[in-house]
Write a protein of this length. Structure first.
Ligand SMILES: *Cc1c(COP(=O)(O)O)cnc(C)c1O
Length: 392
């Protein structure tokens, strides 16, 4: 109840002395973790084997389990999603300019810039938050070598349209699938599309290995190149046959991955129940909606994206301020867009002119807490706090 009083007296939000709704903050992206005893048993096996890294048995087991789960031929596990992206970009021969959305985590763009490639930002479809194929077409120049689609929020990018554009213009196509572990497109698991897809297993993602990532692909050649690049180009003792970096996943991370893989289906159910509770809660509040998932596909429901209607009187930043005062740490996401972050903002100050939908959506989105640590009661509290703000 203190929450409501506090919100009603908006002006003295931080100073009225009322206790926040939560003593301990509710975070976006609290890790989903499998049974601790199972993880510790694996950790003991690693310690007694004295094999800590370098393509150990846990990493190899994780790779084959993940490939099977995703229905893809090869899984090459890496130390994180960003290095996996960088390696996928190199392994597919991208150079010059590569088209990416601006409405994504900055690593999508940084993985290109870091390697001397120019990310060229295309706009999104405001209904899906994913790349708009016509904007991608408009961004193609003589220097374009590839496209990186992002399955934002775990909702599939327009895979077929992007593949058609790539085929037509002879471009490489990969997907940043950092959000999309366990999701499907037209009934096929994400992981098989484009030349390769890149996963992130960072602690905040739906499925985590503490930190980690992977390249998944059906191409034998690409998988082999990625494996070489991941390990300094070594093809056996003393035999370096390729440029490379250190992208290896360590055994303890693979142990975490194997443990968490055993509970992914229960995490999906929990996320789906949470998502539904949020959607029902906001259905009766004008001007607000939870971005829906396509119920005919597989989804991980990891992102609860609250969208404030363009014509609404509500301010996104006021809602965030009120939630933060209650220790509910909802987040703006992918705001203000990569093109307004450095170095891209300085390199191309007018990019925003072609990114109207990106700037519009980025100003109207809040991501709410979900996952195994959030109860339906928490969700009802969050909805009722926002309902109080929304009432005129
Ligand atoms: C998290 C994320 C990455 C980076 O993955 P890390 O494992 O954190 O390096 C890349 N792209 C997107 C869209 C992400 O959300």
């Amino acid at each position: 109840m203190s929450a409501h009083k506090r919100i009603l007296g908006k002006s003295d939000l931080a100073i009225n002395g009322a206790a926040p709704a939560y003593k301990q903050p509710l975070h976006v992206g609290r890790p989903n973790i499998g049974p601790e005893d199972v993880f510790f048993a694996r950790a003991r096996d690693i310690m007694s084997s004295r094999w800590l890294t370098n393509n150990g048995s846990m990493v190899r087991e994780l790779e084959s389990r993940l490939a099977e789960y995703l229905g893809v031929k090869h899984c090459v596990a890496m130390c994180n999603g960003t290095i996996a992206l960088e390696i996928a970009i190199r392994a597919t021969g991208m150079t010059g300019e590569v088209i990416v959305p601006s409405y994504t985590f900055v690593a999508t763009a940084h993985a290109l810039h870091w390697q001397g490639i120019t990310p060229v930002f295309a706009d999104i479809d405001p209904d899906t938050h994913n790349l708009d194929p016509s904007s991608v077409r408009n961004a193609i120049t003589s220097r374009t070598s590839g496209i990186i689609g992002v399955h934002l929020w775990g909702r599939p990018a327009p895979v077929d349209d992007l593949q058609a554009i790539a085929d037509e213009h002879n471009l490489s196509l990969i997907f940043d699938a950092a959000h999309a572990f366990g999701c499907s497109y037209k009934g096929t698991m994400i992981g098989s599309f484009g030349q390769a897809e890149v996963l992130s297993f960072h602690a905040t993602k739906f499925y985590n290995t503490f930190e980690g990532g992977a390249i998944v692909t059906n191409s034998d050649g690409l998988a082999e190149t990625a494996r070489l690049m991941r390990n300094f180009g070594f093809a056996g003792y003393d035999n370096v046959i390729h440029p490379g970096t250190n992208g290896k996943m360590v055994e303890i991370c693979a142990a975490m991955g194997l443990t968490n893989l055993e509970v992914v289906d229960s995490v999906v159910r929990k996320n789906r129940d949470n998502h539904q509770a949020y959607a029902e809660g906001f259905a009766s509040i004008p001007g607000l909606r939870i971005l829906p998932f396509d119920g005919s596909e597989r989804n991980n429901y990891q992102y609860v994206v609250l969208e404030i209607a363009r014509e609404s009187h509500l301010s996104r930043d006021d809602i965030i301020k009120c939630l933060h005062a209650e220790n509910i740490l909802a987040r703006k996401y992918f705001w203000p867009g990569c093109h307004l972050m450095e170095p891209y903002r300085t390199l191309n100050p007018t990019a925003g002119q072609a990114l109207r939908n990106t700037e519009d959506v980025a100003s109207r989105v809040i991501v709410l807490p979900t996952g195994t640590m959030i109860s339906i009661e928490d969700i009802n509290t969050i909805v009722s706090i926002i309902r109080t703000i929304a009432e005129p």
